[in-house]
Design a protein around this ligand. Sequence first.
Ligand code: PSU
Ligand code: MN
Length: 310
Amino acid sequence: MFEQYLSVSEEVKEALQSNQPVVALESTIISHGMPYPKNVETALLVEKTVRENGAVPATVCVIGGKIVVGATREDIEYLGKTGLKVPKASRRDLPVLLSKGMDGATTVTTTMIGAELAGISVFATGGVGGVHRGAEVTMDISADLEELARTNVMVVCAGCKSILDLGLTLEYLETKGVPVIGYQTEELPAFYTDRSGLKVDYRLDTPEEIAAAFMAKMELGMNGGMLITNPIPHEYAMDPDEINKTIDQAIRDANELGIKGKALTPYLLDHIQKMTGGRSLESNIQLVLNNARLGAKIACAMCDAQEESL
Ligand code: PSU
Ligand code: MN
């Protein structure tokens, strides 16, 4: 029985039982994506933002061999303070972490897994993993893309950072049948900037339209998620040329140091933050809050549509 490995908070359980909107949130962004104490402050602010927009937040993590859906404030402080020492938990890590009673920070992949087990359909974060630049040689393709292909959770993000090959990431998602939606935009946002020069599959302009598309997919029994890309608010966006130069340098440094595998993304995120003197961190925080707001609105729209169809 999977329940022995799952711990859903009372608040989240009650919300789900009474068809109230819930938004899942990830924890790798806390332990591996931002420095302490900004990571804890941001995680708590993201939860508050979800509440202010009418939904219940459910931060997902692994504590003591259980997938926790609805982390406590203490859990969040522990994850933030312990930082990189918390194992980054992707799909392949769960069997051993759970059977050994260990802790883990959930990536997009494992947050989707926890959300689906608990019955949550909407998940908001910053950026998703994808096909890394040079993947034709390294084969470094994030497990997030496979999870989007198989698990029934919608992921609201600000697009992908150009630490990835965005064109190849879109090709991969197309092959796997994952719809890539632009919220109020035709252009795929690129995390720190709202410019990538690439097109999303469909532009949808309201939370209701996004909820309806996801429900159509579910009705058809088509497994897999949807990627909702929500551009960073323009006033917080970084200059594309500047951030892309910084990212190019960070990738060269990672190659020189031989950093690869699960350590690559956290290394690049940290290095970029240091090189931009914290400006990229501020953009990062703002885009996550923006996604939390949209995620909550979509979750509300889904609940309303479900009530109507009963
Ligand atoms: N990209 C970001 N910020 C992040 C991550 C990715 O801009 O915090 C994290 C997410 O948890 C994502 C994971 O699921 O990194 C992907 O890691 P990898 O590239 O090793 O699959
Ligand atoms: Mn990887």
